[in-house]
Structures are given as C-alpha cells and as structure tokens.
Design a protein. Structure first.
Length: 176
C-alpha cells in the first residue's frame, strides 16, 4: 500500500496516457513520444550531473565553500554564484541537486538563489546564440538587465522567506 502511495503520480499519469491512447490514438501516441523524449533527455543529463555532484562533494571542503560563497563571502560569493550558474550546461532541473550540495557545504541562501537564477537565464551558450541570432547589443542589454534582476530577486526572496523555513530547507538538503 505504501508503494502505491509513493508512486501514485506515476501510476495515475500512466493510466491517463493509456486511456488517452484508446480515446484518441493520435494524441495518445504524441503523448507517449513526448514522454519518451523527456525520459531520454533526463537519462542523458542526470548521470553526469550526479558525477559532478560527487566530485564537488569530495574534492571541495566545506570550509572552502563557506569562505568563497558562505555568509561572509560578500561580493565574491555573488560573482562566483553567477559565474558557476552561467557556465553550467543542461536544463534547469539539473541546478537543484547542485544547489542542495551547495547548502550542505554552507553556501549562503541568497547565493544559492543567485546560482539557480543564473543557471536559468545567463548561460554562456545562450548568450552566444543570442549574440549571433539577435545581435550583440540585444544580448549584452539582456545580460545587464538580468544580472541585477537575479540578485535583486534573490535578496527579496531571502527577506520574504521565514528564517525557520530556510533552516528547514537546509536541514532537508543535509538529508540528501
């Protein structure tokens, strides 16, 4: 019974796709193809991310992470968070396991949020594509608007998030 409860979303989704397939074969086939494509993408992306996480966890001591990205890191923590997020590759869901490791290593909450924001909006490959497709002026302008926006949003979220909630988030990251 506990197993059914644990996988209820997967089971309900699978059952829905089967019913959809019998009601509308074309739409059901399309749903199965989209699901298969997403599953394949995740299988190709997740293992390298977890390998990098293992290396990050073993190679970089907690004291080093706290020094460069912890509570007293100041501007260097912000810059490092932006650079790490911008240099990242892969979809946004890859940022969350890395953010959890950052939390385990004592990275300041605002720097974790900045890292996730940078991952989602300031990736170097995206910047290069925008430069070639939309022009340097557009790409640089977007970057100059996004970076302060990411920092502003991170600090607003830190201000609005209850300290007990942040503590609970860090405790959950420790359990991973």
């Amino acid at each position: 019974m506990n197993l059914l409860k644990k996988y209820r979303f997967f089971l309900i989704t699978s059952l829905t796709m089967i019913v959809l397939f019998f009601i509308n074969r074309e739409m059901g086939t399309k749903a199965i193809h989209v699901t298969g494509y997403s599953l394949k993408e995740m299988i190709l992306v997740i293992p390298p991310i977890f390998i990098l996480l293992g290396l990050l966890d073993v190679w970089i001591p907690k004291q080093t992470m706290m020094k460069y990205m912890g509570e007293k890191s100041g501007i260097k923590g912000i810059v490092l968070s932006i650079l790490l997020g911008s240099a990242a590759a892969g979809p946004l869901y890859g940022a969350f396991p890395i953010a959890a490791v950052f939390m385990k290593k004592g990275v300041k909450f605002s720097n974790v949020l900045i890292f996730i924001g940078a991952w989602s909006t300031t990736k170097i490959p995206m910047f290069l594509f925008e430069t070639s497709a939309l022009g340097t002026r557009f790409a640089v302008t977007r970057l100059l608007v996004d970076i302060p926006g990411i920092i502003f949003i991170a600090y607003i979220l830190c201000f609005l998030t209850d300290k007990a909630e942040v503590k609970r988030i860090y405790e959950n990251a420790e359990l991973m």
